[in-house]
Design a binder for this molecule. Structure first.
Ligand code: FHN
Length: 464
């Protein structure tokens, strides 16, 4: 499975590279590259619209489409020519959604602790989950489901007061109007047939307007922008049109140059990303859509590791599930979401609405800070060998240390703190075994004011 994915990734990379080259040749002087363009696009007033996103911390991504029928990779399986497009489309007859229970999905998402969800309205294969007037490749006209499966899900999410994100692939590899078909087959190049490209844009924008008018999403999650430069997509126009009458809608960074936040994928950022707003999208196993042969599921501990890593660095986690073609969700995927949810519920104070934590030099582990910066939350993954955790270089007085979700007040003692020296000393906080959580124990340090980090290098002691 991993080898399979590596090959796919290589293909994607190769493909991305040739698209970049193509883009470069089509639009002289324009190089499409991944960079943080979000800072430029956000005006001062836009930060208000980002508040819910910044505070949400967790979203659930849903990849649901034809590919779940045979359990093959979403869209890429035919694009990379592992099977023919014709055979790929045979899955239409297996996409039944017979056991699709949107309210149960929404409940599961709510119970995971997520505050929003992003659903693939249409992946690169062009299969639309709603009743679109553009083209026939959708759940209503051609699939066995014979019904719109997007609307009831969005209603159910809204009912649960979850924010709604719509994933939309800019490329549509099944559309005759689109340039790319498979790795080895291009239908045409834009400069050879600009009219055809214009027809594609009309088709794509038509679908986007349908989605906007039907669902008024809180967030647009674009994908596939690498295949053409922003000028070809007319990404500025898309942003303007989507924000018209809905200025608070958030747009991800994959509408090149027009996004409000960054979207690293799979790789948990090792260092804190520069972008003010970001979200890591991550699979539960190694696949976005449902693949019965992929059992490389992350454990609950690993899922929580990734989540804690993201929030301590000031970002969100968009954790993916891949429902089956009948609309049921694999028990292991459910279990991971529920386990994460119960851990978050216990530790909600240290999660929602918090800000990125302090540098690792002060504490050997991830941390978050309350909005007023007066409470520091320490995430303790392992059991400390001497029953103590260590915090260094904090100039504040620690009024109280307690275990989040349990309330036990912890005793502390300080070493290397002398009254004539500004050096704040090293605090040792007792963490009794009985308070240890299965995944992460969270210790709150209530400070005497907003946190002050001490970073001076102490010189010689000149008085005593
Ligand atoms: O090609 C897609 C992939 O199938 C999946 O949808 C992910 C999710 O972020 N996005 C793409 C590649 O970046």
């Amino acid at each position: 499975m991993i080898v399979f994915r590596i090959l796919e990734t290589k293909n994607k990379m190769k493909h991305k590279f040739s698209s970049l080259l193509l883009g470069f040749m089509c639009f002289s002087g324009t190089i499409v590259k991944s960079q943080d363009t979000t800072a430029k696009i956000l005006k001062d007033t836009d930060h208000e619209k980002m508040v819910w996103f910044k505070e949400a911390k967790l979203g659930i991504f849903i990849h649901w489409g034809l590919y779940a029928v045979d359990g093959i990779s979403e869209s890429w399986s035919f694009y990379n020519e592992y099977l023919s497009h014709e055979d790929y489309l045979k899955q239409l007859s297996g996409f039944t959604a017979a056991n699709f229970k949107p309210k149960e999905w929404a409940k599961l998402i709510k119970d995971s602790g997520a505050k929003y969800s992003v659903i693939t309205s249409k992946h690169h294969d062009g299969f639309a989950l709603w009743n679109t007037n553009y083209g026939h490749l959708n759940a209503v006209s051609h699939a066995a489901a014979k019904k719109d499966v997007l609307s009831p899900l969005i209603d159910a999410l809204k009912e649960k007061e979850l924010k709604v994100g719509i994933y939309f692939s800019l490329p549509d590899w099944s559309s005759d109007l689109y340039t790319h078909f498979t790795t080895s087959k291009r239908r045409y190049a834009i400069e050879q047939d600009p009219q055809r490209w214009q027809q594609y844009l009309n088709y794509m924008n038509g679908q986007l307007l349908e989605l906007k008018n039907n669902y008024t999403p809180d967030l647009w999650w674009f994908d596939g922008d690498w295949e053409h430069p922003p000028e070809a997509w007319e990404s500025t126009k898309i942003r303007t049109s989507l924000l018209k009458g809905a200025p608070n809608t958030i747009i991800n960074s994959r509408l090149i140059g027009q996004g409000d936040y960054q979207t690293p994928e799979i790789g948990v950022p090792v260092y804190r990303p520069e972008a003010k707003y970001w979200e890591l999208c991550m699979t539960l196993n190694d696949s976005w859509g449902y693949q019965q042969t992929d059992n490389n599921y992350k454990t609950s501990q690993q899922v929580i590791d990734i989540f804690v890593d993201c929030i301590s660095k000031g970002g969100n986690l968009l954790l993916d599930i891949g429902p089956k073609a009948d609309g049921s969700i694999d028990p292991i995927q459910k279990e991971r979401l529920l386990e994460l949810g119960s851990w978050i519920r216990k530790h909600h104070k240290a999660v929602y609405g918090t800000e990125k934590g302090i540098p690792y030099e002060h504490f050997y582990g991830p941390t978050t800070l309350s909005k007023d910066k007066q409470t520091l939350f320490l995430f303790v993954r392992d059991i400390p060998k001497d029953g103590k955790i260590v915090v260094k270089g904090i100039s504040n007085t620690i009024h109280r240390a307690y275990v989040v979700g349990n309330g036990s007040i912890l005793s502390q003692n300080k070493i290397a703190k002398l009254y004539w020296n500004k050096y704040p000393g090293i605090s040792y906080i007792d963490l009794p075994k009985e308070t240890i959580d299965t995944y992460y124990t969270v210790v709150a340090l209530v400070l005497d004011g907003p946190i002050e980090l001490y970073s001076e290098l102490n010189g010689a002691v000149e008085q005593n």
